[in-house]
Design a protein. Structure first.
Length: 260
């Protein structure tokens, strides 16, 4: 008897869905188009039809209304696939729903900072659109900072791994076409190919470490750099780290000899 007779027509299971977050600082489509063109550098496959959450929290009060149809078309032009809107005020709800987008509930406000506490680097407000890796669902409670996801097997082409609320450690090779994402730092004790996105929830202090760097794309807190011509040869055969310095990606060797 066919096995299909015993299979359920549909099953629903809990799944982690990763998307990018498009953080708008303006509703001006001309400015957004120019910013995305500069961000992608004319690379047609810079984004790969990634699910996208549109974050409107940074839009100025009393600014131009959002042309949702035009905005969706613009994002799709750059192979971003809008599925939801985050931080939308109630008056936007009807228009958002009319264009088939979901409304994402805002997460709880952070606790009041203690006097003198260090603050994370802010997201640059002048950029018309910033894109960062994020979850398509509201985040859970923040990690205590000690959790780590460890992957001991090779990360294959087409595979995506997301370390939510923690660092990611990979002890095997990350192949071309694979994507690894972490809210914290990424450590690859092998060769890093593919795409690596650290500080996905906005942590500008996150870093990417690898014994052999050869990535297609890296990102720290939403700031991207691609390597169409190959990773810089002076760093590719030695332990290397990638971090964010101001608003630019910095690449440097990890020189263990200088450690105490």
């Amino acid at each position: 008897m066919s096995k299909s007779l015993f299979q359920k027509p549909i099953e629903i299971k809990i799944s982690t869905v990763v998307a990018v977050s498009a953080i708008l600082a303006t509703a001006d489509r001309i400015a957004l188009d120019a910013a995305l063109a500069e961000m992608t550098g004319g690379t047609a496959d810079f984004f790969e039809d990634d699910l996208t959450v549109i974050d409107v929290a940074a839009l100025p009060a009393g600014g131009d209304p959002v042309d949702w149809g035009g905005l969706i078309a613009l994002l799709k032009k750059y192979r971003l696939n809008p599925v939801a809107v985050r931080n939308a005020p109630p008056e936007m709800a009807a228009a958002i729903a009319a264009h088939g987008l979901s409304l994402e509930t805002a997460s709880a406000k952070p606790k009041e900072e203690a006097p003198g506490a260090a603050r994370p680097a802010p997201t640059p407000a002048a950029t018309p659109v910033a894109v960062a890796a994020a979850q398509a669902q509201p985040p859970a409670a923040a990690s205590n900072g000690t959790d780590v996801m460890i992957i001991d097997t090779p990360v294959r082409a087409g595979q995506r791994i997301y370390a939510r609320g923690c660092d990611l450690v990979v002890t095997a090779v990350v192949n071309n076409g694979a994507e690894i994402i972490a809210d914290g730092s990424i450590h690859v004790y092998n060769t890093l190919n593919g795409r690596a996105l650290a500080g996905a929830s906005g942590n500008a202090q996150a870093r990417i470490f690898a014994l052999n760097m050869a990535p297609e794309l890296v990102s720290i807190a939403g700031v991207y750099s691609t390597f169409e011509d190959g990773f810089p040869a002076e760093y590719a055969r030695a332990p290397t780290q990638i971090r964010l310095v101001g608003d630019r990606i910095d690449i440097s060797s990890v020189n263990t000899a200088n450690r105490a």
